[in-house]
Design a protein around this ligand. Structure first.
Ligand SMILES: O=C(CO)COP(=O)(O)O
Length: 261
């Protein structure tokens, strides 16, 4: 089955709302509309930027979507500093990243919490981008397939096939994030294929075939083509390169199969 690639720009803790508007305008201006037939493009800004982006996307009827980098497992209540699924849904978010390795590391998020966040996202009509991936020592010890697969299964625990249909998986090896050390296409394919096999095992081949599995970690316009040529890599979760409008636009065009005119 041909899955439409998705390129998601994870801005992390960068860009205020004015800078966000400028970047989204730049992407909208630089990526011709016809590319959206071949690639879905989304940006995941900090929470403080989302309302501004919503206004711009709605007002100018832009074809890109947007989402958030995290959400609370709760719907509302005394959870100082948290932002809930209903709040993000109300802002028109399509996606929300869950279980990014930076959240797991700096906020001590474990698989159980990640699973609750995946459920919260799905409950409110948001597509979770469930991030999995091994640290360097696990890769060096040869445990990367087991590690990523275990995180995937734990993140989706208790969910039925119908519920996971709107989920996106992102394989992001920790050693490739922000290091300039991109996984080789065959490394990425090996893990993404194993993740799809695990999904097929649990939910059946038909659903596993539909779900998009992204690769993330030092993706740039110069290496995206070889990654998306892999059978089981359906796009990218992009950090640093998503902050530069020109570079990100080029990257999206390459993911769609060709350079910009
Ligand atoms: O963490 C990432 C995306 O979520 C990857 O970051 P870089 O593209 O900067 O390596």
């Amino acid at each position: 089955m041909a899955r439409k690639p998705l390129v998601a720009g994870n801005w992390k803790m960068n860009l205020n709302h004015l800078e966000a508007i400028a970047l989204v305008q730049k992407i909208a201006f630089s990526l011709p509309e016809k590319y959206y037939a071949k690639v879905d493009v989304t940006v995941l800004p900090p929470f403080t930027d989302i309302r501004s982006i919503q206004t711009l996307v709605d007002g100018d009827k832009l074809l890109l979507t947007y989402g958030a980098q995290d959400l609370s497992p709760h719907d509302s209540g005394a959870y100082t500093g948290d932002v809930s699924g209903p709040m993000l849904a109300k802002l028109g978010c399509t996606y929300v990243a869950v279980g990014h390795s930076e959240r797991r590391e700096y906020h001590a998020e474990d698989d159980e919490l990640v699973n609750r966040k995946v459920r919260a996202a799905l409950k409110h009509g948001l597509s979770p981008i469930l991030c999995v991936g091994e640290p360097l020592e696990v890769r060096e010890a040869g445990g990367h397939l087991e590690h990523a697969t275990a995180q995937l299964i734990a993140g989706l625990k208790g969910l039925k096939a119908d519920q996971v249909r709107n989920t996106v998986i992102a394989y992001e090896p920790v050693w490739a994030i922000g290091t300039g050390r991109v996984a080789t296409p065959s490394d990425a394919e090996e893990v993404c294929a194993a993740l799809r096999a695990a999904l097929a095992d649990k939910y059946g081949a038909e659903l596993a075939d539909e779900l998009r599995i992204l690769y993330g970690g030092s993706v740039k316009s110069g290496n995206i083509s070889d990654l998306v040529k892999c059978d089981n890599v359906d796009g990218a979760l992009v950090g640093g390169a998503s902050l530069d409008g020109e570079e990100f636009t080029k990257l999206c065009a390459m993911a769609a199969g060709g350079p910009l005119p």
